[in-house]
Ligand binder design. Structure first.
Ligand code: MG
Length: 160
């Protein structure tokens, strides 16, 4: 059986925070205001896979009231969420993520992000797509006030 899920995440960008996207640290003067490292790609992918497996959402699995997740490496959270998905009997078929941000340009980092996600999920990079878009200067992302990401995640039931 094939199952699809979608995920979405947004964080405000504030000065002095590191910018981590898909597990890759990108030099920039601002980063997400978040309890964890605020990695919008990791968070959107987590919600996409939890959605596809009907396992709830990222906030239920990793509550931001829990000090254990303060400044957490979201790639570790992604690996934990994927463990839960695998335990529920699913394998990852592919994922496709879109990051929306005005700056910096993500294109030079896309391959590194895909590689990091592929390593974390132990599947080929040919099953991981990451795209970046500006928001044409409008909305919170376009004004540089926020960064967001969307992800579609396809799972396959291992039993069927
Ligand atoms: Mg988030």
């Amino acid at each position: 059986m094939i199952r699809i899920g979608t995920g979405y995440d947004l964080h405000r960008l504030v000065p002095g925070r590191p910018l981590v996207i898909g597990g890759v640290a990108i030099p920039f003067g601002k980063g997400p205001d978040a309890h964890s490292d605020g990695d919008v790609v990791a968070h959107a992918v987590i919600d996409g896979m939890l959605g596809a497996a009907c396992l709830g959402n990222i906030g239920q699995m990793f509550p931001d009231s829990d000090p254990a997740f303060k400044d957490a490496d979201s790639m570790v959270l992604l690996a934990k969420a994927f463990d839960a998905v695998k335990k529920a009997g699913f394998a990852l078929v592919n994922l496709d993520a879109t990051v929306v941000l005005e700056a910096p340009k993500l294109n030079p980092h896309i391959d590194s992000i895909r590689r990091r996600l592929a390593e974390c999920l132990a599947i080929g990079e040919d099953r991981i797509s990451v795209k970046a878009k500006s928001n044409e200067g409008v909305g919170p992302e376009g004004r540089g006030e926020a960064i967001s990401a969307q992800a579609a995640v396809l799972l396959e039931s291992r039993g069927a």
